[in-house]
Design a protein around this ligand. Structure first.
Ligand code: TXA
Ligand code: MG
Length: 319
């Protein structure tokens, strides 16, 4: 199959209506999108991504009104979050209606729902009368894509069209929030920080974004977002000492490291800005993964705001 990169919303919509998959830009990461109401289309997503069927997908749509065509209700604490952060980098886990295929949710009675704010995603979704099932457009377990080129590098020949919406503004996946045991629970840290969520709810939320084997919410799987090269996370000075006989690549928050060649270093934000660091994070991992090195050494970011979401991904990408 010939894979085209282009900017035509019309072409994207035409293919989606035909039951094809496309790559869709969002402000978090690029999605691998198809008609979320048709099981045969949803099945293709799992095949192209090489993703286990037990890992449920997010349904994307363009407005809160449209959500009600496939969910029963938005429970009141989540309603507050929806008003504040939709459209945006928030995914809500909601009680689903039976129109949602079992394949989307792995048979769960809830479905994950997101309204992206990226203008091209919005344009596409507004034109459709079905939601789009869309996981990140990377092979299962690999680094999420934040440019059209990343998607092309991973999925060329497997999908007909990549809608090019530039570099993703936020750069990491959405924050997933639902209700568990009557408590607002964060299932995955992401582009909306915990602090932002707590600010709106005025209450403490449970964070359960870590689990090695619970297939209920496999975004929680431990080994995830990983480069092909081994990755170690910790104090860079200590790591450099420990791996002194290796050819290393470095991912640092804001400072250059002496003695490591510049092309093997990726600085996330020289002005120590967490937002900039987040936007460049997945590109940085991809850059280092492509270098002629043995191992990637990375350091944790300050454990606050988006830094905490990045640290979570670093922990899971490391071995
Ligand atoms: O930013 C994002 O969320 C991107 C863009 C493309 O929208 N999408 C994304 O999808 O990251 P994906 O498939 O890579 O991650 C979705 C995660 C799954 O791994 C799963 O753990 C969780 O969402 N999920 C889906 N349905 C769920 C449910 N009913 N309950 C709990 N978690 C669910
Ligand atoms: Mg993913």
């Amino acid at each position: 199959m010939n894979t085209q990169i282009g900017k035509s919303v019309g072409e994207a919509v035409r293919l989606l209506r035909k039951g094809e998959l496309i790559a869709l830009p969002t402000e978090t990461v690029y999605g691998l999108a198809g008609n979320g109401f048709v099981p045969e289309v949803v099945a293709k997503i799992f095949v192209v991504k090489n993703r286990p069927f037990f890992d449920p997908l997010i349904l994307h749509t363009s407005s809160i009104d449209k959500i009600y065509s496939f969910v029963k209700e938005i429970p009141s604490p989540l309603q507050k979050l929806a008003e504040k952060f939709m459209p945006g980098a928030l995914t809500l886990v909601l009680p689903r209606l039976s129109i949602v295929p079992d394949l989307v949710t792995n048979g769960l009675d809830t479905v994950a729902v997101r309204i992206p704010s990226h203008p091209l995603a919005q344009e596409v979704l507004q034109k459709l009368d079905f939601p789009l099932a869309a996981p990140s457009a990377n092979p299962f377990g690999y680094i999420s894509p934040t440019t059209a080129q990343h998607v092309y590098d991973n999925l060329k020949g497997k999908i007909p069209y990549i809608l090019d919406g530039g570099t993703c503004n936020i750069g990491i996946e959405s924050t997933i929030v639902g209700i568990e045991n009557h408590k607002v629970t964060v299932f995955r840290k992401g582009g909306i920080s915990l602090e932002q969520i707590q600010d709106v709810l005025k209450e403490h939320v449970v964070v359960r974004s870590y689990s090695s084997s619970n297939p209920k919410a496999p975004g929680m799987l431990l080994q995830h977002y990983a480069p092909r090269k081994p990755l170690k996370v910790g104090n860079l000075t200590e790591l450099l000492q420990h791996y002194s006989t290796y050819k290393v690549g470095i991912m640092s928050f804001c400072q250059k490291i002496e003695k490591v060649p510049e092309e093997y270093q990726f600085i996330l934000s020289s002005k120590a800005d967490l937002q900039e660091a987040t936007q460049r994070f997945f590109s940085g991992l991809r850059y280092l993964d492509a270098q002629n090195i043995d191992i990637i050494l990375a350091e944790f970011l300050p454990e606050k705001g988006l830094g905490s979401a990045i640290n979570d991904r670093l922990r899971r990408a490391s071995c």
